[in-house]
Write a protein that binds this ligand. Structure first.
Ligand code: PHB
Length: 427
């Protein structure tokens, strides 16, 4: 048995675990990350692609990624499409903020590179992970490496960032779990085609929901609502394009640019929260503690928001020996989590068709969409939630997002890409 002593042991080397390890490194705190998958396997798993303004800020300001500003695409709004007509929700005009299209796989690559660059200790392809003694001041992680060697890591704190199928979560003895299942799923495709729209289109039609997203000039990401029991193999390319086009048809003649389909996946929907997010010296982060349906792209952003709070709390607990700081983690993280749960649920139920929906439900749903696009207050709620609620400490962000529409337009120059790139270069 090889024994390693470190300050923070992190189970899970996805974006949450690696971002936390990076932030701790910046704060002068050592960590060891253990991950069951290989780096290559994580890099090849396609996930959502939208980063909130403060997620971009965190990546850039912490020195984890400058590529997000070079290779990512700033989106200043989305289209909500219903009744065959597109309605623009202009984030910049409404709240002076943007989002960035930058796929989760790229975030992972940047974080893994940053860990290698900074000499971080990340151990991929381990098995048999178990977490020990979380209610003592010397918790640990045991695992077997790819060659069969046995290892133990002893630390001050263990963080469970091991995704939605978390095993560390089970150690939160007094946890309460909140679930919601949905009667639909998303059928996601990656295809070789030029972009059909320059920014995201969230569409609701009598056939169901569709989302037009992008990846590069020649590869696109799209989704449509499907039955959760459907099999990707039952969908030919022609059937997929017919479904997507039907979801997007309208009087403006919107036409998808089609091409070879490179990947098909069915994504189940679930809302889930585990409370509390801490038990003794074990703290949960990201999907290990909560999952949201993908409508609104909150999953990765919530994970990054968790670890931003967690890094700060751990810095106080470990470097300044203020153990009471750990008590702040659950309430601070959960306040954002439940807002994001509501937003993701709301976007989902507003835009998807349920087989059980009555005519009344259908008309009410259209009334809801009209209320959002037809009212500045309605649109602003969506814009504020979609671009991400500002953290109280970021004063420039708050003043930009809380300003009136008129002020927001002058704040526009100072916000989004210029603020993010400006702060990155220290201005
Ligand atoms: C994506 O590009 O994969 C994406 C974008 C927005 C969402 C979900 C997924 O709400």
């Amino acid at each position: 048995m090889t024994l390693t002593r470190t300050q923070v042991g992190i189970v899970g080397g996805g974006p949450a675990g690696l971002m936390l390890a990076h932030l701790l490194h910046v704060a002068g705190i050592e960590s060891v990350v253990v991950e069951t998958r290989s780096r290559r396997e994580i890099e090849q798993t396609h996930r959502a692609g939208i980063l909130e303004r403060d997620s971009v800020r965190l990546l850039v300001e912490s020195g984890a990624s400058d590529r997000v500003l070079r290779d990512g695409h700033e989106h200043t709004g989305i289209d909500l499409r219903f009744g065959g007509v597109s309605h623009r929700i202009d984030f910049q005009t409404l709240v002076g903020a943007s989002t960035w299209l930058y796929p989760q796989t790229e975030v992972f690559v940047d974080l893994a590179d940053a860990r290698s660059r900074d000499g971080g200790d990340v151990r991929f392809e381990v098995s048999g992970v178990s977490v020990l003694d979380v209610t003592t001041d010397r918790p640990g992680i045991r695992y077997t490496d790819a060659e069969g060697g046995e290892h133990e890591v002893r630390c001050d704190v263990v963080v469970g960032a091991d995704g939605s199928r978390s095993t560390t979560r089970a150690l939160v003895a007094d946890r309460r779990q909140y679930f919601r299942e949905y009667p639909f799923a998303w059928f996601g495709i990656l295809c070789e085609a030029p972009p059909s729209a320059s920014e995201l289109v969230y569409a609701r039609s009598e056939h169901g929901f569709a989302l037009v997203s992008q990846r590069t000039e020649s590869v696109q990401r799209m989704y449509f609502q499907c039955d959760p029991t459907t099999s990707a193999d039952d969908w030919s390319e022609d059937r997929i394009w017919a479904q997507l086009q039907a979801d997007l048809d309208g009087e403006d003649g919107f036409e998808l640019r089609t091409g070879r389909i490179l990947e098909k996946t069915v994504l189940p929907f679930r809302s889930f929260v585990c409370e509390p997010m801490r038990h003794g010296n074990l703290l949960l982060a990201g999907d290990a503690a909560h999952t949201v349906p993908p409508t609104g792209a909150k999953g990765l952003n919530l994970a990054l928001a968790d670890v931003r709070v967690l890094a700060e709390v751990l810095e106080r607990a470990i470097s300044r020996q203020d153990r009471t700081a750990l008590e702040e983690y659950t309430p601070r993280a959960l306040s954002r989590v439940w807002r994001a749960q509501h937003f993701s649920y709301w976007m989902t139920t507003m835009l998807h068709r349920s087989a059980e929906a009555s005519d009344f439900d259908e008309r009410r749903q259209l009334g809801e969409l009209e209320s959002v696009v037809g009212s500045e207050s309605g649109s602003r709620y969506l814009a504020e939630a979609y671009t991400g609620w500002p953290e109280p400490t970021q004063s420039t962000t708050i003043s930009a997002t809380r300003s009136t529409a008129a002020e927001a337009s002058s704040a526009r120059e100072a916000s989004a890409s210029s603020t993010v790139s400006g702060t990155a270069s220290g201005t």
